[in-house]
Design a binder for this molecule. Structure first.
Ligand SMILES: [Zn+2]
Length: 264
């Protein structure tokens, strides 16, 4: 069985094909997928998916890109989603790569959610771009979930892996890192401790190179999107990169996934 540590199944780009997408995912042996809400507007969709598909492990959080959209009720709404179904926290994080980012606001929203995950010992899925120093400081200063947390699409320095792992980090690799130009990220993943490795599609984003894409899919506007059923192709890429037999890697990822994402 395969486990997708990070996707956005609720994304509008997947909506027109949802039934077919989930049938293909089942056909590929995908047992669980962590579906990450990213703002109040998409949390109800994540909740509906969790009620409809047993493969969906719902996760609710405010992504750093959308903190400007927080309403006065965002914390109450988040708590309400968590009360509806067993769920994780994410996607949360820090991003100083996007234009016009409000770093102070991002940190405030991130820390509130991180504390909540720690208090309830829920798995937290963290996005970080160009904010690694600050993330490390916050993770050291703040309470963290005892079970650990996920750094999705880890693109930080290789040298940061040991200190982050010591704080409880798991690291998930997307198929996007199979692109030629992602050599640094591929090399970084060879240094992730085997018991902290996870695999993700980040569908409908972060597509594999065309040669590895087994489920070509277009959105309503005719633009290509990453199909969640490409997860097996991402596992194969990871097995090649790490020089591990595919069954052996799958067993490792399964035990890592269940350790981090089995909800209380
Ligand atoms: Zn994401």
């Amino acid at each position: 069985m395969l486990f997708d540590a990070h996707n956005h199944l609720q994304d509008d780009r997947l909506k027109p094909n949802l039934e077919a997408v989930m049938a293909a995912a089942r056909g590929q042996g995908i047992g669980r997928m962590v579906v990450n809400g990213s703002c109040e507007a998409d949390w109800p969709d994540v909740l509906a998916l969790a009620r409809r598909f047993p493969q969906v492990l719902p996760s609710f959080g405010y992504h750093p890109w959308y903190v400007k959209e927080c309403t006065a009720q965002w914390q109450a709404r988040l708590l309400d989603c968590l009360a509806q179904v067993p769920s994780a926290i994410g996607e949360i994080g820090l991003d100083s790569w996007i234009k016009d980012c409000d770093v102070a606001r991002q940190e405030e929203v991130f820390i509130w959610q991180l504390r909540l995950a720690a208090e309830r010992d829920l798995p937290a899925s963290i996005h970080c771009l160009r904010a690694w120093g600050r993330l490390l400081e916050i993770l050291r200063a703040e309470p963290r979930p005892r079970r650990g947390f996920l750094l999705h699409s880890y693109g930080g320095a290789r040298e940061l892996i040991p200190p982050l792992a010591k704080l409880g980090a798991y690291f998930s690799m997307p198929g996007f890192f199979a692109h030629e130009r992602k050599a640094r990220q591929r090399e970084t993943f060879r240094h992730v401790p085997p018991d902290r490795l996870l695999i993700e599609t980040d569908a409908p984003d972060q597509p594999l190179p065309d040669a590895r894409n087994r489920f070509p899919l277009l959105d309503a506007g005719g633009q290509p999107v990453n199909h969640p059923a490409n997860l097996r192709a991402v596992y194969e890429f990871a097995a090649e990169l790490l020089g591990r037999p595919p069954e052996d890697l799958a067993a490792q990822v399964e035990s890592n996934f269940l350790r981090l994402f089995t909800l209380p």
